[in-house]
Design a protein around this ligand. Structure first.
Ligand code: NAD
Length: 248
Protein backbone atom coordinates (compact mmCIF):
# COMPACT_ATOMS: atom_id res chain seq x y z
CA UNK A 1 0.00 0.00 0.00
CA UNK A 2 2.80 2.40 0.98
CA UNK A 3 4.69 1.77 -2.24
CA UNK A 4 1.58 2.12 -4.39
CA UNK A 5 0.61 5.33 -2.68
CA UNK A 6 3.90 7.08 -3.37
CA UNK A 7 4.67 5.74 -6.82
CA UNK A 8 1.18 5.49 -8.27
CA UNK A 9 -1.36 7.77 -9.86
CA UNK A 10 -2.45 9.03 -6.45
CA UNK A 11 0.84 10.49 -5.30
CA UNK A 12 0.21 14.21 -5.93
CA UNK A 13 -1.44 16.56 -3.47
CA UNK A 14 -3.72 18.31 -5.95
CA UNK A 15 -7.05 17.13 -7.37
CA UNK A 16 -6.84 15.04 -10.52
CA UNK A 17 -7.57 16.11 -14.09
CA UNK A 18 -11.07 17.37 -14.81
CA UNK A 19 -13.33 14.49 -15.90
CA UNK A 20 -13.99 14.57 -19.66
CA UNK A 21 -11.18 17.11 -20.20
CA UNK A 22 -10.90 16.42 -23.94
CA UNK A 23 -14.62 16.58 -24.48
CA UNK A 24 -14.90 19.89 -22.60
CA UNK A 25 -12.03 21.41 -24.61
CA UNK A 26 -13.64 20.34 -27.88
CA UNK A 27 -17.10 21.59 -26.86
CA UNK A 28 -15.85 24.93 -25.53
CA UNK A 29 -13.79 25.40 -28.69
CA UNK A 30 -16.82 24.76 -30.90
CA UNK A 31 -18.95 27.15 -28.82
CA UNK A 32 -16.30 29.87 -28.87
CA UNK A 33 -15.57 29.70 -32.58
CA UNK A 34 -19.18 29.29 -33.68
CA UNK A 35 -21.17 31.32 -31.16
CA UNK A 36 -19.03 33.57 -28.99
CA UNK A 37 -16.68 34.93 -31.67
CA UNK A 38 -17.97 33.67 -34.98
CA UNK A 39 -16.26 36.59 -36.72
CA UNK A 40 -12.81 35.43 -35.60
CA UNK A 41 -10.52 33.63 -38.03
CA UNK A 42 -11.83 30.12 -38.42
CA UNK A 43 -9.95 27.76 -36.17
CA UNK A 44 -9.54 24.05 -36.31
CA UNK A 45 -10.82 22.84 -32.97
CA UNK A 46 -9.69 19.28 -33.52
CA UNK A 47 -6.11 20.47 -34.14
CA UNK A 48 -6.29 22.69 -31.06
CA UNK A 49 -7.50 19.84 -28.88
CA UNK A 50 -4.75 17.57 -30.22
CA UNK A 51 -2.04 20.19 -29.67
CA UNK A 52 -3.30 20.74 -26.12
CA UNK A 53 -3.11 16.99 -25.37
CA UNK A 54 0.35 16.58 -26.96
CA UNK A 55 1.70 19.34 -24.72
CA UNK A 56 1.45 17.21 -21.56
CA UNK A 57 0.34 13.63 -22.27
CA UNK A 58 2.93 10.95 -21.35
CA UNK A 59 5.17 13.57 -19.73
CA UNK A 60 6.46 14.02 -16.19
CA UNK A 61 3.76 16.31 -14.68
CA UNK A 62 6.38 18.31 -12.77
CA UNK A 63 8.60 19.05 -15.76
CA UNK A 64 6.47 21.40 -17.82
CA UNK A 65 8.30 23.98 -19.93
CA UNK A 66 6.98 26.98 -21.85
CA UNK A 67 8.18 25.29 -25.05
CA UNK A 68 5.76 22.41 -24.42
CA UNK A 69 2.95 24.86 -25.20
CA UNK A 70 4.50 26.52 -28.27
CA UNK A 71 2.51 24.64 -30.91
CA UNK A 72 -0.75 25.09 -29.00
CA UNK A 73 -0.27 28.82 -28.50
CA UNK A 74 0.80 29.33 -32.09
CA UNK A 75 -2.53 27.86 -33.21
CA UNK A 76 -4.43 30.48 -31.16
CA UNK A 77 -2.29 33.33 -29.80
CA UNK A 78 -4.03 35.26 -26.97
CA UNK A 79 -3.99 38.61 -28.73
CA UNK A 80 -6.82 41.14 -28.57
CA UNK A 81 -7.50 44.45 -30.35
CA UNK A 82 -5.40 47.39 -29.19
CA UNK A 83 -6.55 49.05 -25.99
CA UNK A 84 -9.10 46.39 -25.04
CA UNK A 85 -7.18 44.37 -22.48
CA UNK A 86 -8.24 43.89 -18.88
CA UNK A 87 -5.88 42.25 -16.37
CA UNK A 88 -7.01 41.21 -12.91
CA UNK A 89 -5.62 39.89 -9.66
CA UNK A 90 -7.89 38.68 -6.84
CA UNK A 91 -10.86 40.21 -8.67
CA UNK A 92 -11.75 37.55 -11.22
CA UNK A 93 -15.54 37.79 -11.14
CA UNK A 94 -15.59 41.61 -10.98
CA UNK A 95 -13.07 42.01 -13.81
CA UNK A 96 -15.13 39.70 -16.01
CA UNK A 97 -18.30 41.63 -15.27
CA UNK A 98 -16.53 44.92 -16.06
CA UNK A 99 -15.05 43.59 -19.31
CA UNK A 100 -18.42 42.28 -20.42
CA UNK A 101 -20.19 45.59 -19.79
CA UNK A 102 -17.51 47.63 -21.58
CA UNK A 103 -16.85 45.17 -24.40
CA UNK A 104 -13.25 44.76 -23.23
CA UNK A 105 -11.34 41.47 -23.03
CA UNK A 106 -9.73 39.48 -20.23
CA UNK A 107 -7.45 36.51 -20.88
CA UNK A 108 -10.49 34.26 -20.37
CA UNK A 109 -12.16 35.98 -23.34
CA UNK A 110 -9.40 34.74 -25.68
CA UNK A 111 -9.83 31.26 -27.12
CA UNK A 112 -7.19 29.42 -25.06
CA UNK A 113 -8.09 31.25 -21.86
CA UNK A 114 -11.74 30.37 -22.43
CA UNK A 115 -10.92 26.71 -23.13
CA UNK A 116 -8.84 26.14 -20.01
CA UNK A 117 -10.55 28.36 -17.44
CA UNK A 118 -11.31 26.36 -14.28
CA UNK A 119 -9.96 23.07 -15.66
CA UNK A 120 -7.18 20.83 -14.33
CA UNK A 121 -4.99 18.51 -16.33
CA UNK A 122 -1.87 16.36 -16.03
CA UNK A 123 -0.49 13.21 -17.58
CA UNK A 124 1.82 10.43 -16.49
CA UNK A 125 4.99 9.05 -18.12
CA UNK A 126 4.29 5.80 -19.89
CA UNK A 127 0.56 6.43 -20.16
CA UNK A 128 -1.49 8.02 -22.94
CA UNK A 129 -4.26 8.98 -20.50
CA UNK A 130 -4.82 11.94 -18.21
CA UNK A 131 -4.27 11.26 -14.52
CA UNK A 132 -7.75 11.65 -13.09
CA UNK A 133 -6.68 10.66 -9.56
CA UNK A 134 -4.26 13.44 -8.66
CA UNK A 135 -2.16 16.22 -10.20
CA UNK A 136 0.72 18.22 -8.71
CA UNK A 137 -0.29 21.02 -6.38
CA UNK A 138 1.69 24.15 -7.27
CA UNK A 139 2.56 24.90 -3.66
CA UNK A 140 3.04 21.37 -2.25
CA UNK A 141 4.47 19.47 -5.22
CA UNK A 142 6.02 21.65 -7.93
CA UNK A 143 5.68 25.08 -9.53
CA UNK A 144 6.60 23.68 -12.94
CA UNK A 145 3.37 21.73 -13.32
CA UNK A 146 1.45 21.89 -16.60
CA UNK A 147 -1.43 24.04 -15.35
CA UNK A 148 0.79 26.73 -13.78
CA UNK A 149 3.12 26.87 -16.78
CA UNK A 150 0.14 27.10 -19.13
CA UNK A 151 -1.26 30.17 -17.34
CA UNK A 152 2.19 31.72 -17.06
CA UNK A 153 3.03 31.39 -20.73
CA UNK A 154 -0.46 32.41 -21.87
CA UNK A 155 -0.44 35.42 -19.51
CA UNK A 156 3.02 36.40 -20.74
CA UNK A 157 1.92 36.36 -24.38
CA UNK A 158 -1.28 38.24 -23.50
CA UNK A 159 0.69 40.99 -21.73
CA UNK A 160 3.33 41.23 -24.47
CA UNK A 161 0.63 41.91 -27.03
CA UNK A 162 -0.88 44.86 -25.11
CA UNK A 163 -0.92 48.25 -26.79
CA UNK A 164 -2.31 51.73 -26.05
CA UNK A 165 -4.17 51.89 -22.75
CA UNK A 166 -4.90 48.72 -20.81
CA UNK A 167 -6.45 48.23 -17.37
CA UNK A 168 -5.97 46.11 -14.30
CA UNK A 169 -8.68 45.56 -11.69
CA UNK A 170 -7.14 45.17 -8.22
CA UNK A 171 -8.73 44.30 -4.89
CA UNK A 172 -8.76 47.38 -2.65
CA UNK A 173 -10.15 45.31 0.24
CA UNK A 174 -6.78 43.57 0.63
CA UNK A 175 -3.92 45.07 2.58
CA UNK A 176 -1.75 44.73 -0.54
CA UNK A 177 -3.85 45.32 -3.62
CA UNK A 178 -0.78 44.60 -5.75
CA UNK A 179 0.77 41.18 -5.05
CA UNK A 180 4.22 40.90 -6.63
CA UNK A 181 4.06 37.09 -6.39
CA UNK A 182 0.78 36.80 -8.34
CA UNK A 183 0.72 36.08 -12.06
CA UNK A 184 -0.22 39.70 -12.72
CA UNK A 185 2.74 40.81 -10.58
CA UNK A 186 5.34 38.27 -11.75
CA UNK A 187 4.34 37.74 -15.36
CA UNK A 188 1.93 40.33 -16.77
CA UNK A 189 3.12 43.69 -15.41
CA UNK A 190 6.82 42.90 -16.13
CA UNK A 191 6.01 41.98 -19.74
CA UNK A 192 4.11 45.11 -20.79
CA UNK A 193 5.86 46.92 -23.62
CA UNK A 194 7.31 50.43 -23.36
CA UNK A 195 4.81 53.21 -24.15
CA UNK A 196 1.82 51.13 -23.09
CA UNK A 197 -0.28 52.90 -20.47
CA UNK A 198 -1.63 50.86 -17.56
CA UNK A 199 -4.66 52.12 -15.63
CA UNK A 200 -5.04 50.46 -12.24
CA UNK A 201 -8.47 50.45 -10.56
CA UNK A 202 -8.53 49.66 -6.85
CA UNK A 203 -12.00 48.41 -6.05
CA UNK A 204 -13.21 47.54 -2.56
CA UNK A 205 -16.19 45.61 -1.26
CA UNK A 206 -19.35 47.75 -1.19
CA UNK A 207 -20.19 48.94 2.33
CA UNK A 208 -16.65 48.57 3.72
CA UNK A 209 -13.78 51.07 3.82
CA UNK A 210 -10.86 50.34 1.45
CA UNK A 211 -7.73 48.67 2.88
CA UNK A 212 -5.21 49.85 0.27
CA UNK A 213 -4.87 52.92 -1.93
CA UNK A 214 -2.86 54.28 -4.86
CA UNK A 215 -0.38 55.84 -2.42
CA UNK A 216 0.21 52.61 -0.47
CA UNK A 217 3.43 50.62 -0.63
CA UNK A 218 2.07 47.81 -2.82
CA UNK A 219 1.05 50.20 -5.60
CA UNK A 220 4.38 52.05 -5.31
CA UNK A 221 6.04 48.71 -5.98
CA UNK A 222 3.89 48.19 -9.08
CA UNK A 223 4.79 51.70 -10.24
CA UNK A 224 8.50 50.98 -9.86
CA UNK A 225 8.22 47.78 -11.96
CA UNK A 226 6.48 49.79 -14.68
CA UNK A 227 8.88 52.76 -14.47
CA UNK A 228 11.71 50.35 -15.19
CA UNK A 229 10.03 49.42 -18.46
CA UNK A 230 8.85 52.88 -19.48
CA UNK A 231 5.23 51.86 -19.07
CA UNK A 232 2.95 54.80 -18.20
CA UNK A 233 0.82 54.39 -15.10
CA UNK A 234 -2.40 55.89 -13.75
CA UNK A 235 -4.17 54.74 -10.64
CA UNK A 236 -7.73 55.23 -9.43
CA UNK A 237 -8.72 54.22 -5.90
CA UNK A 238 -11.47 54.42 -3.32
CA UNK A 239 -14.10 52.93 -5.62
CA UNK A 240 -16.70 50.53 -4.31
CA UNK A 241 -17.73 47.69 -6.58
CA UNK A 242 -20.96 49.45 -7.52
CA UNK A 243 -19.23 52.77 -8.25
CA UNK A 244 -16.64 51.03 -10.38
CA UNK A 245 -19.15 49.14 -12.49
CA UNK A 246 -21.35 52.20 -12.96
CA UNK A 247 -18.87 55.03 -13.40
CA UNK A 248 -15.49 53.79 -14.56
P1 NAD B 1 -5.00 35.61 -8.50
O1 NAD B 1 -4.04 35.66 -7.38
O2 NAD B 1 -6.41 36.05 -8.28
O3 NAD B 1 -4.96 34.12 -9.08
C1 NAD B 1 -5.84 33.68 -10.10
C2 NAD B 1 -5.99 32.18 -10.04
O4 NAD B 1 -4.77 31.56 -10.45
C3 NAD B 1 -6.26 31.67 -8.64
O5 NAD B 1 -7.16 30.59 -8.73
C4 NAD B 1 -4.89 31.21 -8.14
O6 NAD B 1 -4.98 30.19 -7.17
C5 NAD B 1 -4.28 30.71 -9.43
N1 NAD B 1 -2.81 30.81 -9.46
C6 NAD B 1 -2.04 31.90 -9.24
N2 NAD B 1 -0.74 31.60 -9.41
C7 NAD B 1 -0.71 30.28 -9.73
C8 NAD B 1 0.32 29.35 -10.02
N3 NAD B 1 1.62 29.70 -10.03
N4 NAD B 1 -0.03 28.06 -10.32
C9 NAD B 1 -1.32 27.69 -10.34
N5 NAD B 1 -2.33 28.49 -10.07
C10 NAD B 1 -2.03 29.77 -9.79
O7 NAD B 1 -4.47 36.49 -9.68
P2 NAD B 1 -3.11 36.36 -10.50
O8 NAD B 1 -2.20 35.33 -9.94
O9 NAD B 1 -2.57 37.75 -10.66
O10 NAD B 1 -3.62 35.84 -11.93
C11 NAD B 1 -4.56 36.57 -12.66
C12 NAD B 1 -3.97 37.18 -13.92
O11 NAD B 1 -3.25 36.19 -14.66
C13 NAD B 1 -5.08 37.65 -14.85
O12 NAD B 1 -4.76 38.95 -15.34
C14 NAD B 1 -5.18 36.60 -15.93
O13 NAD B 1 -4.89 37.20 -17.21
C15 NAD B 1 -4.10 35.56 -15.64
N6 NAD B 1 -4.47 34.22 -15.08
C16 NAD B 1 -5.69 33.63 -15.27
C17 NAD B 1 -5.98 32.40 -14.67
C18 NAD B 1 -7.29 31.68 -14.82
O14 NAD B 1 -7.50 30.67 -14.16
N7 NAD B 1 -8.20 32.10 -15.65
C19 NAD B 1 -5.02 31.77 -13.89
C20 NAD B 1 -3.80 32.41 -13.70
C21 NAD B 1 -3.55 33.63 -14.31
Amino acid sequence: IYKWHYSGLNRWHGAGSTADFQKIIQERCDTYTQTIRPGSRSRNCQAIRQAFMSAFISKDPCKATKEDYNSLINLAPPTVPCGQQVFWSKTKELAHEYAKRRRLMTLEDTLLGYLADGLRWCGEPGSSDLNIWSCPDWRKDCRTNYVSVFWEVLSERFAESACNTVRVVLNGSLENAFDSMSIFGRVEAPNLRPQVELEAWLVHDTGKPPSDSCSGSSIRKLKSILDGRNVKFRCMDNLSRDQFLQRS
